[in-house]
Design a protein around this ligand. Structure first.
Ligand code: AMP
Ligand code: DBH
Length: 542
């Protein structure tokens, strides 16, 4: 197995420790501590279950001992694909307690993505629910994954397990559990949105990740009295750590799981459980704002609403702020690290018009031009970031590492931002060719690659198009060859490729050729930009 590493140069690590950012805490350590301090306090609510910290810890220990009894060994990687169900927590903390490394897949991922994660991480096991909260059956997917990933020795299923290991049956000898891990070691692999090519694996350490949500708790006002609603998929970095369910559990607060983010599901939960804080992507925030006007549910407990994952325009921000009782808090973050928040006591213009400022005094932000020179204050440029919870490297991907980090260790976020006085950032756009579809990032290259596998596709270019509801949607330009494919059939065929549904192009436009320059050759980037411009011009003319 390729070793898991995330290392900062010694002088940086020493500085982050001296500043008190890295405190030597670990996931198994903090859960044990909360269970000892407040055993009877409610920790996780969802799926008809209400588990206290003591119960959560006991369930996590049983799972951990069970994983080891199966023959899994500390350091091995386990792909976890669980939706917003309470078992997410004993599964993930069970892995931590056993020294195993979760690899977080999203509920929408299918065989193409899972096989990639399993191969890149050299995974030994896969954990999923028999049925997702949307009814999707993960057992056939598990069978396909076993075929695709020969290294996968175990499949653990929550619910009706059929030939697999039932999560509920996991148990074993608590004495076999390893000692707590080194806080500087990698705790899990988060996944990148996949802005170029396939998703990359992001190794995060106990020290750095715990710092990010401990500091987020402070900024977002999370205390032991908070009630955090997980409305977005629990495995996503935003609802996990900004401040997220991990921040909530760290604080000894309550975590409530909503199986879907729709107002119909979430609003009754907010009313019943007196939810105080949650996070949404912009399209959902607008939907909630609209639904709240109906006034059928008591949302008065809601103190903070985080909105991020994609740009919230000032006008949308105002609507959300006006319609919901909560204080709006914009958050601009990434699974690679850097997270920015507007502060709860910031004046309205900052909250409505900016994406916030970094968490940490030790976050270093540079905004540069094409040549890597810093731009004047207030001018747009590429955002580079370095700091106590921003990674220095992806796992097992030399090409991406060469591309994504500067020689002095700054992460190239790919975002184009402007910095205002006080360090507040305004997201202007981005450098790369990806589509941010309601917070789900889609790599143009990855989708083009799938399209090119179709016998009647000669060439394809995928671009983002502004969309009133999604923020952006995807449009694939396709040059046919042989029999002309029809758009609905092509979409159905894409689904058959085993990719997440959100990656299936929203729109398919057949064209005879792509324009080329006099020189005869243009970059994919330039091509996508021209196709996009042409489509927009045409739509405006219509
Ligand atoms: P991911 O790679 O999936 O972790 O996505 C991180 C990216 O999402 C960032 O680099 C931004 O492009 C985008 N993003 C996250 N939050 C915001 C926001 N509040 N406004 C605009 N873009 C955002
Ligand atoms: O989009 C993201 O990845 C994101 C948004 C807000 C994120 O990772 C985060 C906050 O931590």
């Amino acid at each position: 197995m390729i070793p898991l590493r995330q290392e900062w140069p010694p002088e940086f690590a020493a500085r982050y420790r001296a500043a008190g950012h890295w405190r030597g805490e670990t996931f198994p350590g903090f859960l044990r501590q909360r269970a000892a301090e407040r055993p009877e306090a409610l920790a996780v609510i969802g799926g008809g279950q209400r588990w206290t910290y003591a119960e959560l810890h006991a369930r996590a220990e049983a799972a951990a001992a069970g994983f080891l009894a199966l023959g899994l060994r500390p350091g091995e990687r386990v792909v976890v694909q669980l939706g917003n169900i309470p078992e997410f927590f004993p599964a993930v903390f069970g892995l931590f307690l056993a020294g195993l490394v979760p690899v977080y897949a999203l509920p929408a991922h299918r065989i193409a993505e899972l096989a990639h994660f399993a191969a890149k991480s050299e995974a030994s096991a896969y954990i999923a629910a028999a049925r997702g909260t949307d009814g999707f059956d993960h057992r056939p997917l598990a069978r396909a994954l076993r075929e695709a990933a020969p290294g996968l020795r175990h499949v653990v299923i929550v619910g009706e397990a059929e030939e697999f290991t039932a999560f509920e049956s996991l148990d074993g000898d608590r004495a076999a559990l390893p000692p707590d891990p080194d806080p500087a070691s990698v705790a899990f692999l988060q996944i990148s949105g996949g802005t170029t090519g396939l998703s990359k694996l992001i190794p995060r350490t106990h020290d750095d990740y715990i710092y990010s949500f401990r500091a987020s708790n402070e900024i977002c006002g999370v205390t032991a009295e908070s009630v955090f609603l997980v409305a977005l998929p629990a495995a996503h970095n935003f609802p996990m750590s900004s401040p997220g369910h991990m921040g909530a559990l760290y604080a000894g607060a309550r975590v409530v799981l909503s199986p879907t983010p729709s107002p119909e599901t979430a609003f009754p939960l907010i009313a019943q459980e007196r939810v105080t804080i949650t996070g949404l992507v912009p399209p959902l925030a607008l939907l909630w704002a609209q639904a709240a006007a109906g006034g059928r549910h008591d949302l008065s407990s809601l103190e903070v609403l985080l909105v991020g994952g994609a740009k919230l325009t000032p006008e949308a921000a105002r609507r959300v702020q006006d319609a919901l009782p909560a204080r709006l808090q914009q958050v601009f973050g990434m699974a690679e690290g850097l997270v920015n928040y507007t502060r709860l006591d910031d004046p309205d213009p900052i909250v409505l018009e900016t994406q916030g400022r970094p968490i940490s005094p030790d976050d270093e932000v540079r905004i540069v031009d094409d040549l890597g020179e810093e731009v004047p204050e207030g001018e747009p440029g590429y955002l580079l970031a370095r700091g106590p919870y921003t990674i220095r490297a992806y796992h097992n991907d030399d090409a991406a590492n060469a591309r994504s980090f500067t020689p002095d260790g700054f992460y190239r976020t790919g975002d184009v931002v402007r910095r205002l006085p006080g360090g507040y950032l305004v997201v202007q756009g981005r450098a790369g060719d990806h589509i941010n579809r309601a917070g789900e990032k889609i790599s143009a290259e990855e989708i083009e690659d799938h399209l090119l596998a179709h016998p009647n596709v000669f060439d394809a270019a995928v671009v983002s198009v502004p969309d009133e509801f999604l923020g952006e949607r995807s449009c694939a330009f396709v040059i046919p060859q042989g029999e002309r494919p029809r758009a609905p059939a092509l979409k159905a065929w894409m689904r058959g490729r085993g990719i997440a549904e959100f990656k299936v192009p929203d729109q398919i436009v057949l064209v005879e050729a792509f324009e080329t320059t006099a020189a005869g050759k243009i970059s994919r980037r330039e091509l996508r930009a021209r196709l996009r411009a042409r489509l927009l011009a045409q739509e405006n003319a219509d």
